[in-house]
Design a binder for this molecule. Sequence first.
Ligand code: IMP
Ligand code: MG
Length: 185
Amino acid sequence: MHKDLEEILITKRDLEAGVKKLGEQISADYAGRCVTLIGVLKGCVLFLSDLAKNISIDTRLDFMMLSSYSGAQSTGVVRTILDLKENIEGRDVIIVEDIVDSGLTMHYMLQNLKTRRPRSLEICTLLDKPSCRKAKVPLKYSGFTIPDKFVVGYGLDYNEIYRNLPYIGVLKASVIVGQGKDPCR
Ligand code: IMP
Ligand code: MG
């Protein structure tokens, strides 16, 4: 385990099993169709790569980059930094996200992508952290529900570090600068 972690919350093995299940569900739900996965950079990268390998139907990939977090604190303001390359009008779209916390990022994504008139639009998140939800967003596909702890690994970062860890772990409070004021940010 990495020295900056308090504990491993989800092992590599459990991640593999959870992601496989999500891929199988998507393949069954969209059977006979072609699905467009929209990854939310950068956190989605490891998850999206494994998820796509577990989807057996035709799949397109596209990406968006948004910004709402700085360190471990959400600023609450979501901005588009990089937009889609493809036109999604009439397509079956699934947003692929690492974690839904306040829900503000996914709320913004849904509003934004709806205006481009996809045939269908759903969310697939690896992690759901429901305790501090501010915007209600429908999560059709969710891998794991986790408690209100700041987690890293498997794509998730703290100040851009730890994304490469093959598991999800809880970061030690001592590593997080300014931790302990407002638990719901
Ligand atoms: P939301 O808008 O509050 O739902 O936050 C969504 C984004 O915040 C995610 O895509 C992550 O990039 C980031 N985030 C939220 N919680 C965590 C965490 O525990 N660890 C790392 N990043 C997080
Ligand atoms: Mg993210």
